[in-house]
Each structure stands twice: as C-alpha cells, then as structure tokens.
Design a protein around this ligand. Structure first.
Ligand SMILES: Nc1ncnc2c1ncn2[C@@H]1O[C@H](COP(=O)(O)OP(=O)(O)OP(=O)(O)O)[C@@H](O)[C@H]1O
Ligand SMILES: [Mg+2]
Length: 267
C-alpha cells in the first residue's frame, strides 16, 4: 500500500536526509520508526505525504505515485493520509469541534470551508471521531484549554474525521508525560486495529516502539539499518543500530521508575 523505491532526499544545503530507501508497508500495519536524532525519521514521514519533495526515487501510495502527482491528483492522494505532530498543530483559539472539522477541508471547495459551512454529515463524523477518542464532552471547549494529551486526541480525531487510510505520526508523544503517553498510544493502536488504518509512528522510546508496533524500522544516516518484527528488535540489535549501548532516556520504563521513586526524571 505504501512503497518507497530507491528514495533519496538531499536538502538544498547538501545534507543527505534519506539515502536509497526501499520499503513496502502493507495496509493495516503498525510500524515504529526509530533512530537517533538526525537519522532521517522526520524526513521519511514528511516525504511520504510530500510535505518534502524527494530528490531521487519514487513513493507510491496504493499504486499511485505521490512523487509525480500534481494538482487535484495530489490532493486526492493526500486526503487519505493524516498527519500527527509532536506539537499537535491545532488552531489554539478555535473550538475542538472546528479543529476536528478541519479534517474535512480536503473534501470541499476552499470557499465553503473558509466560511466554516460544513454539511451536517461532517459534523456528525466529527462527533463520532471525538467519541472514538473519548473527548466528546470537550467539543465546544477552546483547543488551548485542553491538556496536552487531550490536544493530541483532538489531532487523532481530526485524522479520523478526514477518513484517512494512513496515519503518519512524528513523535506524537514526545511532549507528553509517561501516563498520557500510554493513553495516546492506546488510541493510535485502537484506531489501527478497529479501522485498519495503516499507522507509521516515529518514536524516541524503544520500549514503547516494542510495545505498540508490529514492525520496527531502524534508520541511521538516512538508511534503513533494521527492518523486522518486534521480537527481533532486542536491546542488543538497537545497540548495533545506534552504534552504542541503549541509554536510560531511550526507555519509557526507566522514566516511569524515576517518577515512582519521586526523583527528577532523566533528560
Ligand atoms: N530543512 C533542512 N535543511 C537541511 N538539513 C536538514 C533539514 N531538515 C533536516 N535536515 C537534516 O537531515 C537529517 C535528517 O533529519 P531529520 O529531521 O529527518 O532527523 P530525525 O531522525 O527526525 O531527528 P530527530 O530525532 O532529532 O527528530 C539531519 O542531518 C538533519 O540535520
Ligand atoms: Mg524528527
């Protein structure tokens, strides 16, 4: 369903973000992408929905090249791909409902959505989406009145309202505390399983990647250096991927243990 063929990305300043990536990700997979800072995780995700243009190769979504697409075709492909960011990317002063309705924008003319005239079916969809992430009671609250975890749930509801078939999440829990982290990851896992949404998540915590993903892809210097099931993604293999032993701050459990011991968390 998602296929990368010999994908490379060189930034204008000459930095190689991606270097000869070949990948196939099937419908319904839950993939975690791991790697040290600068490994190319964000570049990879952003290339998949063409927030970044790649400089070599081709990316196919359901058999259609998003690399070659333009205009209406590009918009149609993008409609199937939802993005979730570390910083939530909500319109802070707008209501939760409006933020979720923003997921419908790709289905209507600019003029219509500019005036906020969404059809009733969209409002219905938005409420269903909020219900799925258990924050329906927040529909009329201002987005910035919500906690970080709740804001990330609004972002998840937005991709649900979008009826995205693929969700790309770039460090979706990096701004959240450990408990909220689990709740948001549970939401992502639930929509992956219940709605068969293909989910690709960049994750900093290795144990979290192992807990939620079914497949782990390790990047180093823009190249895939590990691609396999969770059972093979051991600490030893990660040490190889990283070129050094696993650090405490790369494990969520270590941070939880610190909090339980009422110490300052690591990092
Ligand atoms: N806009 C840019 N211009 C030039 N180089 C960039 C740009 N964005 C990223 N890079 C470089 O490309 C490489 C990959 O960066 P990327 O942001 O994809 O890494 P990452 O794995 O997401 O890291 P992090 O864990 O810190 O988010 C790095 O060397 C980075 O410095
Ligand atoms: Mg990144």
């Amino acid at each position: 369903m998602i296929e990368l063929r010999n994908v490379s990305k060189t930034y204008p300043n000459g930095t190689k973000g991606l270097d000869g990536i070949n990948l196939k990700i099937e419908k319904g997979e839950f993939v975690a992408i791991v790697g040290l800072s600068g490994a190319g995780k964000s570049t990879l995700l952003r290339s998949m929905n063409r927030l970044h243009d790649i400089t070599e190769g081709d990316i196919l979504i359901d058999g259609n090249s998003i690399t070659q697409a333009a205009g209406k075709e590009l918009r149609t492909i993008r409609r199937d791909i939802g993005m979730i960011f570390q910083s939530f990317n909500l319109v802070k002063r707008s209501s939760v409902l409006r933020n979720v309705l923003a997921g419908r924008v790709g289905y209507h003319s600019t003029l219509r959505t500019l005036f906020g005239a969404f059809p009733n079916e969209d409002v219905e969809l938005a409420f269903q989406a909020l219900d799925r992430v258990n924050i329906v009671e927040k529909a009329y609250a201002r987005a910035d009145e919500l906690s970080g975890g709740q804001q990330q749930r609004v972002a998840i509801a937005r991709v649900l309202a979008q009826e995205a078939k693929i969700v790309l999440a770039d460090e979706p829990v990096a701004s959240l505390d450990p408990l909220t982290t689990k709740q948001v990851m549970d939401d992502l896992k639930r929509i992956n399983q219940e709605l068969d949404i293909t989910t690709i998540v960049n994750l900093h915590f290795i144990d979290l990647a192992r807990e939620y993903a079914t497949r782990i892809i390790g990047l180093r210097a823009g190249q895939v250096v590990f691609d396999g099931p969770v059972s093979e993604a051991t600490d030893e293999r990660f040490a190889e991927i990283y070129g050094r032993p696993i650090d405490q701050d790369e494990l969520l459990e270590a941070r939880l243990a610190d909090i339980a011991a009422a110490k300052e968390p690591v990092r």
